[in-house]
Design a protein around this ligand. Structure first.
Ligand code: ZN
Length: 202
């Protein structure tokens, strides 16, 4: 049977795609993500803000099919760490993804599962990021307006959040002297102060 009604309206500044369900992630949904647990608890108690939403479009499943989602990540900080998504690996590890920035300023924190290497790639209104397979990915808003983007991925990719929940990303993005900086995570989960790498692209 032919697929029809394939074109949808979308409103990037409202985080909406016609007919698409929207998942909302509040701060309380992101337990264990942010390094500063005292700041995390205080921000939860102070109102548990929405951190991001994703409107997902899944026209069909199976080999060769594609899904996509419109993500909206709010600006803000927990301690000195920028708001970010939970992040994930794909359950089907070889599956790649393309992120197309629509508005705002930020980055994708990438981590190669096989080497453990972490790095940042800029994502924003004028940036597209190709995320290779076998690479954990988390979106970070380093600006002061919502970061809006489309993620386009194989329908068969699946989302593996458990691997990230078990050990979090090895690095995090914090403001150091007002600039987004990638730092390694210390053994106790906090940002390791002595190993900052300046990141000049975001
Ligand atoms: Zn993905």
């Amino acid at each position: 049977m032919a697929m029809k009604h394939l074109s949808r309206t979308y409103a990037p500044h409202a985080g909406a795609v016609e007919g698409a369900p929207v998942a909302t992630r509040r701060l309380r949904d992101l337990a264990g993500v942010f390094a500063d647990s005292a700041a995390y608890q205080a921000a939860c108690a102070a109102g548990d803000p929405v951190i991001y939403t994703v409107a997902s479009v899944e026209p069909a499943d199976g080999d060769g099919q594609i899904h996509y989602g419109l993500g909206t990540l709010m600006p803000g900080m927990i301690g000195d760490e920028y708001y970010c998504t939970r992040g994930h690996l794909h359950a089907w590890r070889p599956a790649a993804e393309v992120y197309i920035g629509l508005s705002g300023v930020g980055a994708m924190l990438l981590e190669d599962e096989r080497s453990g290497e972490s790095w940042l790639e800029p994502l924003g209104a004028d940036r597209i990021v190709y995320v290779p397979g076998f690479t954990a990915h988390r979106t970070v808003n380093t600006g002061d307006v919502p970061l809006v983007y489309l993620g386009i991925y194989p329908a068969a990719a699946g989302h593996d959040y458990a691997a990230i929940a078990a050990r979090n990303f090895r690095a995090l993005v914090v403001a150091r002297d007002g600039r987004p900086t990638l730092v390694q995570r210390a053994g106790d989960g906090t940002a390791a102060a002595g190993r900052a790498q300046e990141h000049h692209h975001v």
